[in-house]
Design a protein around this ligand. Sequence first.
Ligand code: DAT
Ligand code: MG
Length: 151
Amino acid sequence: MQMERTFIAIKPDGTNRGLIGEIIARFEKKGYKLVAMKAVKPSKELAETHYDALKEKPFFGPLVEFICSGLVIAMVWEGTGVVKTGRQMIGATNPLESAPGTIRGDLGIDVGRNVIHGSDAVETAEREIGIWFKPEELVDWDQTVKQWIYE
Ligand code: DAT
Ligand code: MG
């Protein structure tokens, strides 16, 4: 499998509820490498661009309003298969259907308050990373424990 990057964001419900450390810890402990992170209160324009594919959905307005309502922790994580496995760690979109053990399954109840965003494909991840980060904000560093994570 290919080394890849995904865009992960802790939504305003997650930050308000004090779940930042809990969520970051799951990606950190798994062995993924943190490449970028920042605290943002997104503009309407940023949220609308991010969720552009959903603009015809009836929940688009409330979704954008929710994402802009408070602190978002935007991150880029790197690792083999991180896009797909990251989505599995996050769980189904609706926390009522997310398996226990997943982030949404453990930490959320309502689909409109599902705590976290994760890119759904490698191409989507590239697009989302480009929306939220400038190239120079992606940190080039060596994860020195790599030899204990990868064979
Ligand atoms: P995901 O975040 O799992 O990739 P998505 O891209 O289909 O899901 O939708 C983006 C967000 O929109 C999702 O995290 C929560 C919200 N959403 C999705 N479906 C919804 C619905 N039926 N009612 C209310 N909000 C919804
Ligand atoms: Mg999505």
